[in-house]
Design a protein around this ligand. Structure first.
Ligand code: FES
Length: 327
């Protein structure tokens, strides 16, 4: 079954049980079932969609241990230049109801990893914290490097510092200049047999990690963006037509996607069961298999092998001609 249909689940109505100041601009939110029931299970790296009062839907990684079956904990950085999502979360109050999706995971830990290197920049630490819990439980060798401007910006700092005594959690404070922080290139210079690398953070940090890990073997480097690095473009096709045609394989139906429309929007308007979430090519919710066509992917989630089979209908387009979707 296509992942889109599998993910078309109802939202959960939860309660904000606790809000904790974690660092400058960062609060953590503990969400629980109002009747204290067990919550749907998750694995480290998973995120939730938060349905906010202002109509926005935003994704936030779960930071607590997956063995916690009665709560979800997210960490949210208030972005004063954002589009209102994090500001709306920071207006939540204890005892307030909040609607969330069931957890989804596009940033899973590899089961066969002998060692794991976790690289976190700023608020990108939230999925890494859940990973740390899971790796400790499975007794997998790991090291976590958490990079931020200073201790006052480090979420979950006390907990990390306690773990730091075991020698595998490292906090790096650069005072705002990455040249004074962790040397990611040196850290990843030597590949290690059976070792997997995970990274998450702001744009410059992601680029530094991507460059530093470029020589690592395929399938051993994993990442998650929390913000799309570049705006989505809708190129004019080679034949000058400002759009492309999508064909539904099961029915033969053809749908035209104009330059100012997303494929997701056209599919939804045609009544097809397409679920979206981030609308930015970040979360993988809208992943669809395609059978034929030249795809301009524009997402930040699929790896090269997945791109030969799947596209994300919120941002992906055809470079021209007809794109046949396995729907
Ligand atoms: S909705 Fe998130 S990748 Fe398309």
């Amino acid at each position: 079954m296509n992942s889109i249909v599998q993910n078309a689940t109802a939202t959960l109505s939860l309660l904000v049980r606790q809000i904790t100041f974690q660092a400058q601009g960062i609060n953590s939110y503990e969400l629980v079932d109002p009747l204290g029931k067990e919550l749907p299970a998750f694995t480290a790296g998973a995120h939730l969609d938060l349905h906010l009062a202002n109509g926005l839907v935003r994704q936030y990684s779960l930071s607590n241990a997956p063995t916690d079956r009665y709560r979800y904990v997210i960490g949210v950085l208030r972005d004063p230049n954002g589009s209102g999502g994090s500001a709306a979360v920071h207006q939540l109050t204890v005892g307030e109801g909040v609607k969330v999706s069931a957890p989804r995971n596009n940033f899973e830990l590899a089961e066969d990893a002998r060692k794991v290197i976790l690289l976190a920049g700023g608020i990108g630490v939230t999925p890494m914290k859940a990973m740390l819990h899971e790796l400790e439980l499975s007794a997998t060798d790991y090291e976590l490097h958490y990079c931020c401007k200073g201790p006052e910006f480090a979420a979950f700092k006390d907990e990390f510092e306690q773990r730091g005594s075991a020698g595998n959690v490292h906090l790096h404070f650069d005072g705002g200049d990455p040249r004074n922080g962790l040397n990611i290139t040196a850290l990843l210079e030597q590949t290690q047999d059976g070792c997997h690398v995970y990274y998450c953070g702001p744009g410059g940090f992601m680029e530094a990690c991507r460059n530093a890990a470029a020589h690592w073997p395929a399938g051993t480097v994993h990442f998650e963006h929390f913000k799309a690095p570049a705006p989505i473009s809708a190129p004019v096709s080679a034949d000058g037509v400002e759009g492309f045609t999508a064909q539904i394989a099961s029915t033969g139906q053809q749908l035209f996607v104009a330059f100012d429309q997303s494929l997701a929007q056209v599919l939804q308007d045609a009544g097809l069961p397409v679920e979206t979430s981030c609308q930015s090519g970040l979360c993988g919710t809208c992943k669809v298999r395609y059978l034929c066509g030249e795809v301009d992917h524009q997402d930040y989630i699929l790896d090269e092998s997945e791109k030969s089979e799947y596209l994300t209908v919120c941002v992906s387009r055809a470079k021209g001609g007809v794109l046949v979707l396995d729907l």
